[in-house]
Design a protein around this ligand. Structure first.
Ligand code: PEP
Length: 246
Protein backbone atom coordinates (compact mmCIF):
# COMPACT_ATOMS: atom_id res chain seq x y z
CA UNK A 1 0.00 0.00 0.00
CA UNK A 2 2.88 2.39 0.66
CA UNK A 3 3.34 3.03 -3.05
CA UNK A 4 -0.29 4.11 -3.22
CA UNK A 5 0.18 6.91 -0.71
CA UNK A 6 -2.66 9.40 -1.05
CA UNK A 7 -1.69 12.24 -3.39
CA UNK A 8 -3.28 15.68 -3.05
CA UNK A 9 -2.34 17.62 -6.18
CA UNK A 10 -3.18 21.27 -6.83
CA UNK A 11 -3.52 22.67 -10.36
CA UNK A 12 -3.36 26.44 -10.27
CA UNK A 13 -4.10 26.73 -14.01
CA UNK A 14 -3.43 30.29 -15.25
CA UNK A 15 -3.65 31.90 -11.81
CA UNK A 16 -1.16 33.28 -9.36
CA UNK A 17 1.54 35.88 -8.84
CA UNK A 18 4.81 35.95 -6.95
CA UNK A 19 3.00 37.49 -4.00
CA UNK A 20 0.28 34.83 -4.10
CA UNK A 21 2.89 32.06 -4.29
CA UNK A 22 4.76 33.46 -1.31
CA UNK A 23 1.57 33.81 0.73
CA UNK A 24 0.48 30.28 -0.17
CA UNK A 25 3.79 28.73 0.86
CA UNK A 26 3.92 30.75 4.07
CA UNK A 27 0.43 29.65 5.11
CA UNK A 28 1.00 26.03 4.14
CA UNK A 29 4.17 26.16 6.23
CA UNK A 30 2.12 27.28 9.23
CA UNK A 31 -0.17 24.27 8.84
CA UNK A 32 2.77 21.91 8.41
CA UNK A 33 4.40 23.30 11.56
CA UNK A 34 1.30 22.17 13.48
CA UNK A 35 0.77 18.79 11.87
CA UNK A 36 2.75 16.51 9.59
CA UNK A 37 1.40 16.25 6.06
CA UNK A 38 -1.56 13.83 6.07
CA UNK A 39 -0.75 12.79 2.48
CA UNK A 40 1.73 13.51 -0.30
CA UNK A 41 1.24 17.14 -1.31
CA UNK A 42 1.93 18.50 -4.78
CA UNK A 43 1.36 21.92 -6.33
CA UNK A 44 1.40 22.63 -10.08
CA UNK A 45 1.58 26.40 -10.59
CA UNK A 46 2.00 28.23 -13.91
CA UNK A 47 5.50 27.94 -15.36
CA UNK A 48 6.30 31.52 -14.29
CA UNK A 49 5.99 30.50 -10.64
CA UNK A 50 7.76 27.15 -10.70
CA UNK A 51 11.11 28.42 -9.53
CA UNK A 52 9.83 30.75 -6.82
CA UNK A 53 7.15 28.46 -5.43
CA UNK A 54 9.46 25.45 -5.70
CA UNK A 55 12.11 27.17 -3.61
CA UNK A 56 9.54 27.82 -0.88
CA UNK A 57 7.89 24.38 -1.02
CA UNK A 58 11.12 22.37 -1.02
CA UNK A 59 11.90 22.92 2.70
CA UNK A 60 8.27 21.98 3.46
CA UNK A 61 8.67 18.73 1.51
CA UNK A 62 5.74 19.69 -0.71
CA UNK A 63 6.19 18.55 -4.29
CA UNK A 64 6.29 20.70 -7.39
CA UNK A 65 4.80 19.89 -10.77
CA UNK A 66 4.22 21.59 -14.12
CA UNK A 67 0.90 21.80 -15.96
CA UNK A 68 2.11 20.70 -19.38
CA UNK A 69 5.23 19.96 -21.39
CA UNK A 70 6.15 19.59 -25.05
CA UNK A 71 6.71 16.15 -26.56
CA UNK A 72 10.10 17.09 -28.01
CA UNK A 73 13.16 17.57 -25.80
CA UNK A 74 14.13 20.85 -27.51
CA UNK A 75 13.61 22.72 -30.76
CA UNK A 76 11.89 25.55 -32.56
CA UNK A 77 8.66 25.57 -30.54
CA UNK A 78 8.12 29.16 -29.47
CA UNK A 79 6.30 29.45 -26.18
CA UNK A 80 6.54 25.78 -25.27
CA UNK A 81 8.43 24.15 -22.42
CA UNK A 82 10.31 20.89 -22.83
CA UNK A 83 10.11 18.15 -20.21
CA UNK A 84 13.91 18.11 -19.55
CA UNK A 85 13.67 21.79 -18.53
CA UNK A 86 11.39 20.96 -15.63
CA UNK A 87 13.47 18.82 -13.24
CA UNK A 88 16.09 21.53 -12.89
CA UNK A 89 13.36 23.79 -11.51
CA UNK A 90 12.57 21.12 -8.94
CA UNK A 91 9.60 19.49 -10.70
CA UNK A 92 8.96 15.81 -10.16
CA UNK A 93 5.56 15.65 -11.85
CA UNK A 94 3.89 17.11 -14.91
CA UNK A 95 0.19 17.11 -15.80
CA UNK A 96 -0.48 16.00 -19.37
CA UNK A 97 -3.76 15.85 -21.26
CA UNK A 98 -5.77 18.06 -18.95
CA UNK A 99 -9.22 18.53 -20.51
CA UNK A 100 -8.49 22.22 -20.99
CA UNK A 101 -5.46 21.28 -23.12
CA UNK A 102 -7.48 18.67 -24.98
CA UNK A 103 -10.40 21.02 -25.63
CA UNK A 104 -8.74 24.42 -26.03
CA UNK A 105 -5.46 23.33 -27.64
CA UNK A 106 -6.75 20.44 -29.67
CA UNK A 107 -4.56 17.83 -28.00
CA UNK A 108 -5.51 14.30 -28.97
CA UNK A 109 -4.59 11.03 -27.30
CA UNK A 110 -1.47 10.56 -29.44
CA UNK A 111 -0.19 14.00 -28.43
CA UNK A 112 -0.88 13.28 -24.78
CA UNK A 113 0.94 9.96 -25.01
CA UNK A 114 3.96 11.63 -26.66
CA UNK A 115 4.05 14.18 -23.85
CA UNK A 116 3.80 11.46 -21.22
CA UNK A 117 6.66 9.57 -22.88
CA UNK A 118 8.72 12.78 -22.92
CA UNK A 119 8.00 13.33 -19.24
CA UNK A 120 9.13 9.81 -18.36
CA UNK A 121 12.29 10.21 -20.44
CA UNK A 122 13.06 13.36 -18.45
CA UNK A 123 12.63 11.50 -15.15
CA UNK A 124 9.25 13.05 -14.37
CA UNK A 125 6.07 11.29 -13.33
CA UNK A 126 3.27 12.21 -15.75
CA UNK A 127 -0.22 12.80 -14.37
CA UNK A 128 -2.29 11.68 -17.34
CA UNK A 129 -5.81 13.15 -17.36
CA UNK A 130 -8.87 11.47 -18.83
CA UNK A 131 -12.58 12.21 -18.57
CA UNK A 132 -15.85 12.28 -20.47
CA UNK A 133 -18.10 15.23 -21.33
CA UNK A 134 -21.61 15.60 -19.97
CA UNK A 135 -23.16 14.53 -23.28
CA UNK A 136 -20.97 11.43 -23.37
CA UNK A 137 -22.01 10.49 -19.83
CA UNK A 138 -25.68 11.09 -20.56
CA UNK A 139 -25.52 8.87 -23.61
CA UNK A 140 -24.00 6.06 -21.53
CA UNK A 141 -20.61 6.29 -23.24
CA UNK A 142 -18.51 7.42 -20.24
CA UNK A 143 -16.60 4.15 -19.80
CA UNK A 144 -15.95 3.59 -23.47
CA UNK A 145 -14.74 7.20 -23.94
CA UNK A 146 -12.46 7.07 -20.92
CA UNK A 147 -11.24 3.58 -21.85
CA UNK A 148 -10.32 4.80 -25.33
CA UNK A 149 -8.54 7.86 -23.92
CA UNK A 150 -6.62 5.68 -21.51
CA UNK A 151 -5.52 3.26 -24.19
CA UNK A 152 -4.42 6.07 -26.50
CA UNK A 153 -2.79 8.35 -23.94
CA UNK A 154 -0.75 6.06 -21.74
CA UNK A 155 2.91 5.42 -22.43
CA UNK A 156 3.76 1.77 -22.95
CA UNK A 157 5.72 1.46 -19.69
CA UNK A 158 6.77 3.56 -16.74
CA UNK A 159 5.48 4.89 -13.45
CA UNK A 160 2.62 7.34 -13.79
CA UNK A 161 -0.48 8.74 -12.16
CA UNK A 162 -3.90 8.79 -13.85
CA UNK A 163 -6.42 11.53 -13.08
CA UNK A 164 -10.08 10.88 -13.83
CA UNK A 165 -11.69 14.26 -14.33
CA UNK A 166 -15.21 14.31 -15.78
CA UNK A 167 -15.16 17.42 -17.97
CA UNK A 168 -18.58 18.52 -16.76
CA UNK A 169 -17.40 18.55 -13.13
CA UNK A 170 -14.33 20.73 -13.69
CA UNK A 171 -14.76 24.28 -12.43
CA UNK A 172 -18.54 23.92 -12.41
CA UNK A 173 -19.29 23.04 -8.80
CA UNK A 174 -21.05 19.93 -10.14
CA UNK A 175 -20.01 16.72 -8.47
CA UNK A 176 -20.02 13.18 -9.72
CA UNK A 177 -21.83 10.87 -7.34
CA UNK A 178 -19.79 8.60 -5.13
CA UNK A 179 -21.18 5.63 -7.07
CA UNK A 180 -20.10 7.16 -10.40
CA UNK A 181 -16.62 7.84 -9.07
CA UNK A 182 -16.28 4.35 -7.59
CA UNK A 183 -17.55 2.84 -10.86
CA UNK A 184 -15.10 4.69 -13.08
CA UNK A 185 -12.15 4.25 -10.74
CA UNK A 186 -12.86 0.54 -10.49
CA UNK A 187 -12.98 0.35 -14.28
CA UNK A 188 -9.66 2.24 -14.53
CA UNK A 189 -8.10 0.08 -11.85
CA UNK A 190 -8.98 -3.06 -13.80
CA UNK A 191 -7.61 -1.60 -17.03
CA UNK A 192 -4.45 -0.38 -15.33
CA UNK A 193 -3.98 -3.71 -13.60
CA UNK A 194 -2.91 -5.11 -16.95
CA UNK A 195 0.11 -2.77 -16.96
CA UNK A 196 1.83 -4.49 -14.06
CA UNK A 197 2.88 -1.25 -12.34
CA UNK A 198 1.17 0.35 -9.39
CA UNK A 199 -0.68 3.42 -10.66
CA UNK A 200 -2.40 5.88 -8.43
CA UNK A 201 -5.78 7.08 -9.69
CA UNK A 202 -6.82 10.60 -8.72
CA UNK A 203 -10.28 12.11 -8.97
CA UNK A 204 -10.72 15.70 -10.11
CA UNK A 205 -13.68 17.99 -10.61
CA UNK A 206 -14.86 20.63 -8.12
CA UNK A 207 -13.14 18.99 -5.16
CA UNK A 208 -13.59 21.26 -2.14
CA UNK A 209 -12.98 20.96 1.60
CA UNK A 210 -16.71 20.10 2.01
CA UNK A 211 -16.69 17.08 -0.31
CA UNK A 212 -13.07 15.92 -0.01
CA UNK A 213 -13.74 13.45 2.81
CA UNK A 214 -16.41 11.59 0.86
CA UNK A 215 -14.40 11.58 -2.36
CA UNK A 216 -11.15 10.49 -0.72
CA UNK A 217 -13.07 7.79 1.12
CA UNK A 218 -14.34 6.27 -2.15
CA UNK A 219 -12.91 2.93 -3.19
CA UNK A 220 -10.06 3.06 -5.69
CA UNK A 221 -9.54 6.80 -5.18
CA UNK A 222 -5.85 7.38 -4.37
CA UNK A 223 -6.02 11.13 -4.19
CA UNK A 224 -7.44 14.21 -5.85
CA UNK A 225 -6.48 16.76 -8.49
CA UNK A 226 -7.79 20.11 -7.29
CA UNK A 227 -8.18 23.25 -9.37
CA UNK A 228 -9.92 26.26 -7.84
CA UNK A 229 -9.69 25.12 -4.23
CA UNK A 230 -5.92 24.64 -4.46
CA UNK A 231 -5.27 28.38 -4.76
CA UNK A 232 -5.88 29.04 -1.09
CA UNK A 233 -3.54 27.25 1.28
CA UNK A 234 -6.27 26.85 3.92
CA UNK A 235 -8.61 25.08 1.47
CA UNK A 236 -5.81 22.96 0.02
CA UNK A 237 -4.80 21.96 3.53
CA UNK A 238 -8.40 21.19 4.54
CA UNK A 239 -8.69 18.86 1.54
CA UNK A 240 -5.43 17.14 2.46
CA UNK A 241 -6.59 16.80 6.06
CA UNK A 242 -9.56 14.77 4.81
CA UNK A 243 -7.24 12.08 3.41
CA UNK A 244 -7.70 8.69 5.03
CA UNK A 245 -4.65 7.21 6.74
CA UNK A 246 -2.95 4.51 4.65
C1 PEP B 1 -8.70 20.78 -12.53
O1 PEP B 1 -8.28 21.83 -12.96
O2 PEP B 1 -8.09 19.75 -12.78
C2 PEP B 1 -9.91 20.77 -11.70
C3 PEP B 1 -10.39 19.65 -11.29
O3 PEP B 1 -10.49 22.01 -11.43
P1 PEP B 1 -11.63 22.33 -10.31
O4 PEP B 1 -11.18 21.67 -9.03
O5 PEP B 1 -11.61 23.83 -10.19
O6 PEP B 1 -12.90 21.77 -10.80
Amino acid sequence: LSDRRVLIAGNWKMHGSLAAADAFAYRLGEHLADRAAPAELLVCPPATLLERLGSKLRPLKVGLGAQDCHAKPSGAFTGDIAAPMLPELGCRYVIVGHSERRQLHGEDDATVRAKAEAALAAGLTPIVCVGETEAQRESGAAESVVGTQLEGSLPSAGMLVVAYEPVWAIGTGKNATQADIAGMHGFLRRRLGERGTVTRILYGGSVKPQNAGEILGTSDVDGVLVGGASLQADDFWAIAAAAPAR
